[in-house]
Design a binder for this molecule. Structure first.
Ligand SMILES: C[S@@+](CC[C@H](N)C(=O)[O-])C[C@H]1O[C@@H](n2cnc3c(N)ncnc32)[C@H](O)[C@@H]1O
Length: 500
């Protein structure tokens, strides 16, 4: 079913994309010669079945010398014929529907026996089949049905209902008992519970008692996902309510920031940047950091950039105390921890986490006694002003550049560039949108578009490679290489070096 697809990137970009090695099945954008399906690692995409663009393709391109190498390419860079998702609203022929049904039945056994690629195939086909069978008016009303689910979760969350249900999903609590425990009327409790059981966020015992599901367990207040839910509620739902008035007031343009972004206008702190406003409140900052741990878990950290190989190539002996790795805006160090756990060479090097004061203070405390983080330095710093760690080998910016508009992101990159040596590298680890951002005849994967849209609230954006190249150039950097995720996400790592 798959077809080869010639990459349409300009030659200037193609020449810089990275060829994979056996150990690092890095995917790049080159013209594919053979196309075959590839296995995926387990777990990374669990619970993501609504991402809407599943599966991925491995291509075996020919090198100039005629040999081949394993290169994996994200599906979004293929033509629609290779990856027919995302156009759920277009009418489908009977044979297309039959193909989807066959796709589901062909992979269902494998999918339910733990195969991640099979699960992705079945989930995608099932979503496409359901969407194709849904009349347009239902498609519209289902948007509001989803919002009602969000609303019901929020109320139960606020009332502490999700914390009081038994954690064992086979044991339930009757609505009258929930009502008694939270001092509410039974009628309102059962209506909200009804929204959540019909959407399968909660479930019912045969006796009609309400019980947890795997989904609702993740929303208990002790879970990091609850912090993420709050963040999304604020930055997507609440911000949506003011967006038309926001654009009326500030103009129909991308927010530039750092101040006057929708989220800070909403909170009555219009002149502040988003992070400035979050950092004013210790509790809010701590919830934000917890939410980031979830965000990081949803996209791969390891296995994209061949760090171990790169470090082995470097002569770190006699380094004169040179810093190996700066995690710029590294939060509580959760990402650095994963790199250090995986990469012995990095544990030997000097690693620094730079972030705002409250964040590094918290990170330092939490890392105490953690063998993997022993020796890590925690440094308060403001990347909007300067990068104080000079000449490090790597400056790692994960989910940083996307937090800002082009002018502000350029400022951050320029500050880092000014601290670099000629052999230093910046690694930007983010979603890489397809060129054209979904406006070139093929829609973006739904999840990628959602991530971009949700960044609007804080004045940020997801970018295509061409957009990264542009802001890098403004900052005095050039793209040395691009490493894409082989697991079907749009995530990648862009390696920048000093221009010239
Ligand atoms: C979206 S989070 C990303 C955290 C982490 N890199 C990750 O991938 O999970 C952005 C991080 O940048 C930090 N940050 C925001 N503004 C900053 C500034 N001006 N200087 C340094 N760090 C900042 C925040 O505190 C937060 O930890």
């Amino acid at each position: 079913m798959a077809t080869t697809q010639t990459e349409t990137r300009p030659a200037s970009v193609l020449s810089r994309e990275k060829v994979a090695t056996e150990k690092d099945p890095v995917h790049i954008s080159l013209c594919g010669v053979e196309v075959r399906s590839v296995s995926s690692d387990k777990g990374a995409l669990r619970n993501d079945s609504w991402r809407g663009n599943e599966g991925h393709i491995a291509i075996t391109p020919l090198r100039k010398d005629g040999t081949t190498t394993n290169i994996v390419k994200s599906p979004s860079t293929f033509s629609r014929s290779t990856n027919p998702s995302n156009d759920s609203s277009s009418p489908r022929s009977h044979s297309e529907l039959m193909n989807l049904a066959q796709e589901i039945s062909a992979h269902l056994t494998e999918a339910t026996s733990g195969s991640e690629p099979a699960r992705l195939k079945v989930a995608t086909a099932a979503l496409q089949l359901a969407a194709a069978l849904r009349p347009p008016s239902d498609a519209i009303m289902s948007l509001f049905a989803n919002m009602s689910v969000v609303s019901a979760i929020r109320v139960f969350h606020h009332w502490g209902v999700l914390d009081l249900l038994p954690p064992d999903p086979t044991r339930g609590t009757a609505c009258h008992e929930i009502a008694r425990l939270i001092n509410a009327e039974e009628g309102i409790v059962s209506r909200i519970a009804g929204m959540l059981t019909s959407s399968r966020v909660l479930s019912l015992t045969p006796a009609g008692e309400v019980c947890h599901t795997a989904t609702s367990l993740l929303l208990r207040s002790s879970e990091p996902m609850a912090a993420m839910f709050d963040l999304m509620y604020n930055n997507v739902v609440r911000v949506s309510d003011i967006l038309p008035a926001y654009f009326d007031r500030y103009g129909k343009a991308e927010p530039v920031g750092p101040g006057r972004v929708p989220a800070t206008v909403l909170s009555g702190e219009a002149e502040m940047g988003y992070f400035e406003s979050v950092a004013r409140d210790e509790e809010r900052m701590s919830r934000f950091t917890r939410a980031m741990a979830v965000a990081s878990g949803r996209v791969p950290v390891l296995g994209i950039y061949p760090l171990e190989n790169m470090l082995l190539k470097e002569d770190m002996e006699g380094d004169g105390g040179r810093v190996t790795w700066v995690d710029v805006g590294g939060g509580g160090g959760h990402v650095l921890r994963r790199f250090r756990k995986d990469c012995a060479a990095l544990r030997k090097g000097r690693c620094v986490v730079v972030d705002l004061r409250g964040v590094v203070d918290q990170g330092r405390i939490e890392a105490e006694g953690d063998e993997v983080m022993r020796g890590v330095e925690w440094l308060e710093g403001d990347f909007m002003r300067e990068m104080t760690v000079e000449g490090a080998r790597f400056y790692y910016l994960r989910h940083i550049v996307r937090d800002y508009s082009d002018p502000v992101a350029t400022l951050v990159l320029r500050n880092v560039a000014q601290a670099m040596n000629r052999d230093s590298r910046i690694l930007v680890s983010e979603q890489i949108n397809p060129d054209g951002g979904g406006t070139t005849g093929r829609p973006m994967p739904l999840y990628s578009a959602f991530k971009d849209y949700s960044m609007l609230a804080i004045g940020g954006k997801e970018r295509s490679l061409a957009q990264f190249e542009r802001i890098g150039k403004e900052a005095g950097l050039r793209v040395e290489a691009v490493y894409r995720d082989s697991k079907g996400t749009e995530h990648g790592v862009i390696e920048f070096v000093l221009e010239g």
